[in-house]
Design a binder for this molecule. Structure first.
Ligand code: FES
Ligand code: FES
Length: 159
């Protein structure tokens, strides 16, 4: 089937099979390997992308379900000049990853949170991120990174 949608701000058209997941189409057909796949059963959050602004597990979302929609992956976060998104930068500054496998999904989940709630409490961050699993960093630096990103994004809005 022919599938058209908006990917990271650009219209894309791709041929795929009806049973292919969004993660398969992103990684294998469009070569966007930032979206990671781990559990494949909507448990770990590694494959999180945003569809029309909402977090979705790309491992279980069938690709055809995004036809005509806006999909944002981790590759779509940095600016055209290569400046990282404040959430990406905050993960670096807070050392919020080790192997990095969970990181794209963490960052996309955090983006969904901060878009909806720019000043989340510590508890709201923990609650929102409970669908994203990290096996090596520990969650303290991840929560700190999201708090730091919220603060940096607030500064940018005040400029
Ligand atoms: S790979 Fe999709 S939730 Fe784990
Ligand atoms: S940094 Fe390794 S799984 Fe999270």
């Amino acid at each position: 089937m022919n599938l058209s949608f908006n990917l990271n701000g650009k219209a894309v058209e791709v041929e795929c099979e009806a049973q292919e997941t969004l993660a398969e189409v992103l990684r294998l057909r469009l070569n966007l390997t930032g979206t990671k796949v781990s559990c494949e059963v909507q448990v770990c959050g590694a494959c999180t992308v945003l569809v029309d602004g909402l977090p979705v597990s790309a491992c279980t979302e069938l690709a055809y379900e995004v036809r005509g929609k806006n999909v944002l992956t981790v590759e779509g976060l940095e600016k055209a000049d290569g400046t990282l998104h404040p959430i990406q930068q905050a993960f670096i500054d807070e050392f919020a990853f080790q192997c990095g496998y969970c990181t794209p999904g963490m960052i996309m989940s955090a983006k969904a949170l901060l878009d909806e709630n720019p000043k989340p409490t510590h508890e709201e961050i923990i609650h929102h991120m409970d669908g994203n699993i990290c096996r090596c960093t520990g969650y303290v630096p991840i929560v700190k990174a999201i708090e730091r990103a919220a603060s940096e994004m607030a500064k940018e809005r005040r400029k």
